[in-house]
Design a binder for this molecule. Structure first.
Ligand code: FES
Length: 190
């Protein structure tokens, strides 16, 4: 967990200081609607208003933000940090600690390949390569049809089944690269 007040690829905002007009200009320059007109940010504003000032609400707010946006990109993390008046590093630390939060878009099915030690020594790198080949994407990407996204996970405590791949809440263990196609096939039509 980072101890400073920065997150990947981003600048840290000044706590308590609004740069909203600057953001709106930046949003327009990017071709998207300004946040004041983005219904997702309007929903998030309501959540922030509801929970600001209550202790221990960061995880609840992150949950709700992920429901609204589908994932937690950097700009949403910064927005939440400003809205709750907490350090961006704290938000980033929570988002990266809990695997249920995602900083990248998720597909209909979330595929995770564990690169923890036990899985790695049993060939997880080969599974990752096969998954990337089979899905036609790299880690942290989503397939064109939105069916799958691919992530690397840490140990989930199923080392006895190493190497493992998770699809949504299901664990597929003792996998070999030649099993990957069949496993994905079970989810393709659902
Ligand atoms: S290292 Fe993969 S489940 Fe433990």
């Amino acid at each position: 967990m980072k101890s400073d007040n920065t997150i990947k690829r981003g600048r840290a905002p000044s706590p308590g200081k609004s740069d909203y007009p600057v953001r709106e200009r930046a949003d327009r320059e990017k071709g998207g609607p300004p946040r004041g007109e983005d219904q997702r940010f309007q929903k998030l504003d309501k959540v922030l208003t509801e929970y600001k000032g209550s202790p221990g609400t960061l995880i609840i707010v992150l949950h709700k933000a992920q429901e609204i946006f589908g994932y937690l990109p950097e700009e949403v993390q910064i927005y939440i940090a400003e809205g709750l008046d907490v350090p961006v590093s704290k938000v980033y630390g929570v988002v990266t600690f809990y695997s249920l939060f995602s900083t990248v878009p998720r597909g209909r099915h979330r595929v995770g390949v564990c690169l923890g030690t036990a899985c790695y020594v049993k060939g997880a790198a080969n599974l990752r390569a096969e998954l990337e080949k089979e899905l036609g994407i790299h880690v942290e990407e989503i397939t064109r049809d939105g069916q799958f996204n691919l992530e690397v996970t840490r140990c989930i405590g199923a080392c006895g089944l190493a190497p493992i791949v998770t699809v949504d809440d299901n664990v597929h263990g003792r996998l070999k690269p030649e099993n990957v196609s069949e496993i994905l096939g079970r989810y393709r039509l659902h």
